[in-house]
Design a protein around this ligand. Structure first.
Ligand SMILES: Cc1cc2nc3c(=O)[nH]c(=O)nc-3n(C[C@H](O)[C@H](O)[C@H](O)COP(=O)(O)OP(=O)(O)OC[C@H]3O[C@@H](n4cnc5c(N)ncnc54)[C@H](O)[C@@H]3O)c2cc1C
Length: 396
């Protein structure tokens, strides 16, 4: 087993860290305050090849491995502590990959080059007002028509609804097919019959969350992802990929929190010495660091498994891949949240201010605790099913 990155990977990793330090950090407060990622940041991401990285070069991506994308997600989570840029990044990486792998030639040509150059947004629409965890019970329906599909229903809590309206683009949308099974369809947000609504979130303000109502929205047959009636599997594959990058972004946020905390406890004087000299604080730092380090390698292994199997279209190790990804998505957000919270407490009253900026990370990482890309108990359900067998799922 080789843990060493190649020279190319090291160089790219270094370039993304530099982008995080020079471009994202100076903009993160503006991103949070203005509720959008500035165009110059998106252009720089496009220039570096960071938009929809795993998409093949033919369609404007860099055909990046999951490991390289995971490294970039870490650095973007470290750079923009609000997590907004990380969310934008990982949605396009995960769902761009799915469109590239399972989409039709004409859908790929219509969507991917614009996404990879920052001129369109691509997201995922599975959650409905009635729930996101119990996906198989969704109500949004699609019906086959002469030249495509028509869609009726409502999706909610979708990342990037405003971005898709402003930049162009849309969401890969999971629907119950009237003819049986599930259709996974690319739906441009600005479609006739689609209306949108925006929610007021508490964090990661630079990327919107909203709802879309579909009142007979029509999409061409070429916008079908995977086979008709078999879209559920494509959506699950996308979640497996995207959850790895979510976890990586959380690792980056945790590392940023620890770096901030280490610098502070070396300097802050209490009771006549540096805060970091007190074992109560030093040991807490060590315990957090050990957990973050463990989850980082858990995350890298999940990405390595994706490269070895999933991204090659090899389903033979599906259980192993799903266990690795669910395990890291279960551990990374709570550890990142704990790291940010603990460091905030080392800062005392200052930690509670916007000047120090830890609250940005706290609000951003929280989105992954409440549910984005699947709630923690859903990860536990995947792992329970894997460890005990399908007959132990608590539902039919
Ligand atoms: C900021 C943000 C952005 C999001 N972006 C998107 C997006 O782009 N696209 C999209 O489709 N969705 C998106 N979501 C929605 C997300 O996928 C859902 O929040 C998630 O799937 C959980 O669904 P829910 O919120 O309806 O909670 P529910 O499904 O109602 O679950 C509520 C709680 O119960 C737990 N739970 C569920 N089932 C069980 C069980 N059997 N046993 C024990 N506990 C259980 C869940 O883990 C959760 O904590 C986003 C959410 C957030 C917060």
């Amino acid at each position: 087993m080789d843990f060493e990155l190649t020279d190319e990977e090291k160089a790219f990793h270094g370039a993304v860290r530099k982008f995080g330090d020079r471009v994202l950090r100076p903009h993160e407060r503006q991103i949070d305050a203005e509720g959008r990622i500035p165009d110059e940041v998106l252009s720089e991401m496009a220039r570096l090849g960071l938009l929809a990285m795993p998409v093949s070069t033919e369609f404007g991506g860099m055909g990046a491995s999951a490991v390289l994308t995971e490294l970039a997600a870490e650095e973007i989570g470290r750079g923009d502590f609000s997590m907004a840029t990380a969310v934008f990044f990982l949605l396009e990486a995960g769902w761009g990959y799915i469109l590239d792998r399972h989409g039709t030639e004409s859908a790929k040509r219509a969507v991917l080059p614009a996404v990879c150059s920052g001129k369109a947004f691509l997201g995922i629409a599975t959650t409905e007002p009635s729930g996101g965890s119990d996906l198989a019970n969704m109500r949004t329906r699609s019906r086959r028509e002469a030249d495509g599909f028509s869609i009726r229903g409502e999706k909610a809590f979708l990342s990037g609804v405003d971005e898709a309206k402003r930049l162009g683009g849309g969401h890969l949308t999971l629907t119950r097919a009237e003819e049986g099974g599930f259709n996974f369809l690319y739906v441009p947000t600005v479609s006739e019959g689609a209306t949108t609504q925006k929610f007021q979130n508490m964090g990661r303000m630079g990327i919107s969350t909203g709802a879309i109502t579909y009142d007979g929205v029509r999409v061409p047959r070429s916008y079908l992802i995977g086979e008709e009636g078999k879209g559920f599997g494509c959506a699950i594959e996308g979640f497996t990929v995207a959850r790895t990058f979510v976890s990586a972004a959380c690792v980056g946020a945790a590392e940023r929190a620890l770096e901030t905390g280490i610098a502070y406890i070396k300097e802050r004087q209490v009771f006549g010495q540096a805060l970091g000299k007190f074992e109560a604080i030093q040991f807490e730092l060590v315990d957090l660091w050990v957990q973050v380090e463990a989850v980082k390698w858990q995350c890298r292994r999940a990405a390595w498994l994706l490269d070895r199997y999933t991204l090659r279209g090899d389903d033979s190790h599906r259980g192993e891949v799903e266990r690795a990804v669910a395990a890291v998505k279960l551990t990374a957000p709570p550890i990142a949240f704990e790291a940010v919270k603990r460091v905030m407490m080392w800062f005392g009253a200052a930690g509670y201010t916007k000047d120090v900026g830890l609250e940005l990370g706290l609000r951003g990482v929280m989105s992954y605790l409440v549910g984005a890309e699947g709630g923690l108990n859903v990860m536990r359900m995947i792992l329970g099913r894997e460890l005990l067998g399908k007959e132990f799922l608590p539902y039919k």
